[in-house]
Design a binder for this molecule. Structure first.
Ligand SMILES: *[C@@H]1O[C@H](CO)[C@@H](O)[C@H](O)[C@H]1NC(C)=O
Ligand SMILES: *[C@@H]1O[C@H](CO)[C@@H](O)[C@H](O)[C@H]1NC(C)=O
Ligand SMILES: *[C@@H]1O[C@H](CO)[C@@H](O)[C@H](O)[C@H]1NC(C)=O
Ligand SMILES: *[C@@H]1O[C@H](CO)[C@@H](O)[C@H](O)[C@H]1NC(C)=O
Ligand SMILES: *[C@@H]1O[C@H](CO)[C@@H](O)[C@H](O)[C@H]1NC(C)=O
Ligand SMILES: *[C@@H]1O[C@H](CO)[C@@H](O)[C@H](O)[C@H]1NC(C)=O
Ligand SMILES: *[C@@H]1O[C@H](CO)[C@@H](O)[C@H](O)[C@H]1NC(C)=O
Ligand SMILES: *[C@@H]1O[C@H](CO)[C@@H](O)[C@H](O)[C@H]1NC(C)=O
Length: 522
């Protein structure tokens, strides 16, 4: 990749500042330590996620700055990418994290650049100055083993805000004017970032896409480890057993929404589908390439049922939602069969790291020793210690609503990382606060995507351009009634749907089940 110093680049027009001459913006309660800006003219993007731009990216000014919060001793890297004046659409569009990373520089911003947006991403200091992989969550502990609340706060909402303040100031310098509109778009941890931004800094963004938001982030990372705990203390079924149940669950629940299309489209079926958990007990299912089979035992059926229904307190109360019906059972209940025929649980890395680094604060903890009692304790400890920063206590949207902001959430109904019921529950909390569904719809709309996993993937179609939908809402007042979704399914057949505005439901009216026009919202 060639990086050209922009001070010799003459394409940049007045009235702004040359790329190479941008100066450090003022960020309240933070100190900018260093800033560098260079014009990048032949960056080729190789996408990691579906829907991302592939190929040569239009030239952009790559501004990199590092900042610190006195007292925290953090080193936070912020990257702001600015399209050249002629390519700029006058808008700013920020993005956020995934997993335990606050943001990963690269592909997503390239797509935004190509669409003409000025964009930003920040590591939130979680890479410890590019020395660790943030995803492993080891940054959460200080050297003395205590929780690093400064970095937790960065992840919670501080760093997206700092990056936004920096970006808006740099946009002003570079183009000589402020962005006409500012947007945020992210999925998973990045979805939670969107909701947190709306709540904490209601004027940062005019429009927000908060996809598959990791809200209730103090709860589901603990309860998602429940299948692993069960299996460590009983037996790990070969993974083909989970696959057989997944197929059976889809066969049972799919027709109950009115269309046999391979997709469970009614969110209520997550809790109400009458799955006969014992139907497969005693049957033999194919397992592996060599024509082997496995007999499904009662214990296997119990493990699958409990993984789907979620863990319960001893009095029967649900702690949190399980893996949604129809979803893949990995990573939550992943197992692997060794060469000698023994099957062992494969702990999901994210939830294992959460328990080690956030909850038990012991980075080398052998999670296979954790009992159900340990998990219940971890759930309480997580809510008490992590809840105030990453839980939902702070997500009051009153300021955002008052500021005229618009936000949409979409989530896959077979999300195998974050139970989609959390997004439904949050929307219901918003409805309650604002006086019903119609009042909430004025500024916050939620769409569920049947058959879609976490942010993308699965058998169902994902939204094509939710940011465009929120931009149309902000700029033209056209509130999205539905979200158009289209993707190849697992058989590589393109399937489309108009995702309905929750609590409306996709309803079959007749015709080809692969096309959106065969369905309506009721
Ligand atoms: C942007 O600048 C930073 C700092 O110089 C550099 O590490 C990064 O690779 C640059 N990005 C691109 C796409 O050139
Ligand atoms: C961060 O890393 C860079 C490059 O290795 C180094 O020059 C700088 O001093 C580091 N910053 C801090 C605060 O340690
Ligand atoms: C499944 O859940 C029930 C109810 O909480 C519990 O009694 C049972 O022990 C669990 N089964 C396994 C294998 O953990
Ligand atoms: C499954 O159970 C049947 C009947 O009990 C038995 O004949 C068969 O050998 C078992 N198969 C396997 C793979 O264990
Ligand atoms: C499940 O475990 C297998 C074997 O270790 C691994 O290859 C696979 O990536 C795991 N799946 C997920 C989703 O983590
Ligand atoms: C199979 O291999 C694993 C890993 O090497 C070992 O822990 C286990 O005891 C073996 N099981 C049998 C039945 O030999
Ligand atoms: C799990 O519970 C047991 C029994 O109370 C306790 O001895 C052990 O320390 C707990 N494990 C962790 C990691 O807290
Ligand atoms: C899926 O279909 C498209 C268009 O028909 C084709 O270009 C692509 O290669 C197919 N992908 C796979 C994995 O089969």
């Amino acid at each position: 990749m060639d990086v050209v110093q922009s001070s010799v680049y003459i394409g940049r027009q007045t009235p702004g500042t040359l790329c190479g001459s941008l100066i450090a913006p003022v960020i309240p309660l933070a100190e900018v330590v260093a800033i560098q800006s260079t014009l990048v003219s032949n960056y080729v993007n190789t996408p990691t996620y579906p829907g991302e731009y592939t190929g040569l990216v239009d030239p952009f000014c790559n501004v990199t700055l590092s900042l610190t919060h006195p007292g925290v001793k953090d080193t936070v890297w912020v990257q702001v990418w600015l399209p050249l004046e002629d390519n700029w659409n006058g808008r700013y569009s920020a993005t956020g994290g995934s997993g335990f990373a606050n943001g990963v520089p690269g592909e997503y911003p390239a797509t935004q650049i190509q669409r003409g947006y000025a964009t930003s991403v920040t590591d939130g200091g979680l890479t410890l100055n590019n020395t660790v992989e943030a995803q492993l969550a080891t940054w959460s502990l200080r050297e003395d083993g205590s929780l690093n609340y400064g970095l937790l706060l960065n992840l919670a909402w501080r760093s997206i805000h700092d990056a936004t303040v920096a970006s808006k100031a740099l946009i002003q310098q570079f183009y000589g004017r402020a962005p006409e509109y500012s947007y945020y778009s992210g999925c998973s941890q990045g979805g939670r970032h969107g909701i947190a931004a709306a709540a904490k800094y209601p004027k940062d963004f005019d429009g927000i896409v908060a996809a598959a938001p990791a809200i209730f982030a103090d709860k589901f990372p603990v309860t998602s480890f429940y299948p692993q705990v069960m299996m460590s203390h009983s037996e790990a079924p070969p993974f083909c057993v989970f696959e057989a149940f997944q197929k059976d669950i889809i066969a049972t629940c799919d027709p109950l929404d009115g269309a046999t299309d391979g997709l469970i489209s009614d969110i209520d079926l997550i809790e109400s589908c009458p799955i006969d958990w014992n139907a497969l007990v005693g049957t033999e299912v194919p397992c592996g390439q060599g024509g082997q089979t496995v007999n499904i035992t009662q214990l296997y059926a119990d493990i699958v049922r409990n993984s789907t229904e979620g863990p319960r307190y001893p009095d029967g109360t649900l702690m949190w939602y399980g893996n949604p019906p129809g979803a893949f059972f990995d990573p939550v209940a992943n197992t692997t069969t060794l060469a000698n025929g023994t099957t062992v649980p494969v702990p999901a890395l994210l939830w294992m790291q959460y328990l080690r680094n956030f909850v038990f604060q012991d980075p080398t903890l052998d999670v296979s020793t954790l009992t159900f009692e340990n998990l219940t304790y971890a759930f309480e400890k997580s809510m008490a210690e992590i809840g105030p920063v990453l839980g939902n206590q702070q997500y009051d949207l009153a300021g955002f609503e008052k500021a005229g902001g618009k936000m949409l959430t979409w989530a896959g109904l077979v999300d195998n990382y974050i139970p989609p019921m959390g997004a439904a529950l949050y929307r219901e909390i918003v409805e309650e606060q604002f006086g019903g569904a119609a009042a909430a719809d004025e500024f916050y709309r939620v769409f569920f995507a049947p058959g879609v996993g976490h942010c993308f993937g699965g058998n169902g179609p994902a939204p094509v351009d939710p940011l465009a939908a929120v931009a149309a809402w902000v700029e033209n007042g056209t509130a999205p009634d539905f979200l158009f979704a289209s993707s190849p399914n697992l058989q590589n057949v393109t399937v489309s749907r108009n995702l309905c505005r929750f609590p409306q439901k996709i309803t079959y009216v007749g015709g080809d089940v692969n096309v959106a026009s065969s369905f309506t919202c009721v």
